[in-house]
Design a protein around this ligand. Structure first.
Ligand code: NAP
Length: 311
């Protein structure tokens, strides 16, 4: 991408979108196009098409979606399926029709089968049924990746996808109904510390293992892929290392300075036992994540304390 190219970042107020805009600016890109939800509801097909016709972006980074943790996905499965299909179809199809040069769609590691061998290689995609707790979101993500793949295959247009692992960092949502594990643990421990609570209850057994990518690393990877990758196959983006939720909770408890007990509530769902991406393809292409988990968590907590996180 040329530094003065018109680049539309969809979802720029989100965790990932904010980091992508920060990174584009720091790399010297001068024409970043954004619209917030009040200006452009991405569920509205006609308005999205008009926006593309008027603005004529040359490049599109699609980081807009309805995103949430297990609780939100279980509570609103219909909305996760419908809204994500609609948002991505509107963006990808308008970009296709208005001759956008290149687009990247952000998938998610939930696209891999529930019983996928670990770590998950790109070729395990669609080898089995997805994890049921976020099926709606997953089916939408699969459809978005397939739409880009078909456009690339049939029309030779540069529409690519990547599959990021769990992302965390400054800019995360702290809404307890929809937040992901890291913001939710930071908030819980912080509030428990202030209230002097003797214990904090955590959903699941704590044994499940997850991989976490610092959001600024993901932003760097997405822009790097826009500049360096034009293959038909999607690419995993992760750190290639996982940690149990119990170990993560202990790490966050330590960073926050909470001194009470951790209680794991096994009756609540914890999702897949292990979820780790194989990132060898991306590593071979030439990109690797840089931020170590403790440092990333410290920056995230600092940002939380400064009130820089969405509530
Ligand atoms: N977070 C993760 O762990 C993770 C992991 C893998 C992949 N991803 C993918 O990365 C992308 C970004 O995720 P994120 O964590 O940054 O999510 P996020 O913080 O919830 O941000 C999503 C953005 O999409 C916007 N949006 C949603 N519906 C919209 C609508 N109808 N009209 C206009 N804007 C709308 C939101 O606008 P508002 O600000 O107005 O709500 C928000 O800015 C998603 O595709 C997600 O699937 C995320």
């Amino acid at each position: 991408m040329q530094k003065d190219a018109k680049i539309y970042v969809a979802g720029h107020n989100g965790l990932v979108g904010q980091a992508i805009v920060r990174r584009l600016k720091s790399e010297g890109y001068s024409q970043i196009i954004v619209r917030d939800r009040a200006q452009l509801d991405l569920l509205d097909q006609a308005k999205v098409k008009d926006f593309f016709l008027e603005e004529k972006p040359e490049y599109v980074i699609d980081a807009a979606a309805r995103v949430g943790g297990i609780k939100a996905n279980i509570t609103w499965p219909t909305e996760f399926l419908y809204e994500n299909l609609q948002i991505q179809n509107n963006i990808i199809w308008s970009a296709f029709q208005t001759d956008v040069k290149k687009l990247i769609f952000l998938g998610s590691s939930c696209i891999y089968p529930q019983n996928s061998p670990q770590p998950m290689k790109e070729e395990y995609f669609l080898d089995g049924k997805p994890e049921p707790t976020n099926e709606g979101y997953t089916i939408a993500k699969i459809a978005g990746m397939k739409l880009c793949e078909k456009i690339k295959l049939e029309y030779h247009r540069d529409f690519i996808s990547c599959v990021p692992t769990n992302v965390y960092g400054p800019g995360a949502s702290f809404d307890s109904e929809s937040s992901h594990v890291i913001p939710s643990l930071i908030k819980k421990f912080h509030e428990a510390k202030l209230a002097n609570l003797p214990e904090v209850i955590i959903w699941g057994s704590g044994k499940n293992r997850r991989e976490f990518l610092y959001v600024d690393d993901l932003a760097e990877a997405v822009i790097w892929l826009m500049n360096n990758y034009d293959g038909q196959d999607f690419i995993n983006v992760g750190v290639g290392q996982d940690i149990s939720i119990e170990e993560l909770a202990i790490l966050i408890k330590d960073i926050v300075g909470y001194e009470g007990k951790l209680v794991f509530d096994d009756s609540k769902p914890g999702g897949m036992a292990v979820k780790l991406l194989d990132v060898s393809k991306l590593t071979k292409l030439g990109w690797q994540a840089k931020t170590d988990l403790r440092n990333g968590l410290k920056k995230t907590y600092k940002s939380f304390l400064s009130g820089n996180l969405r509530q």
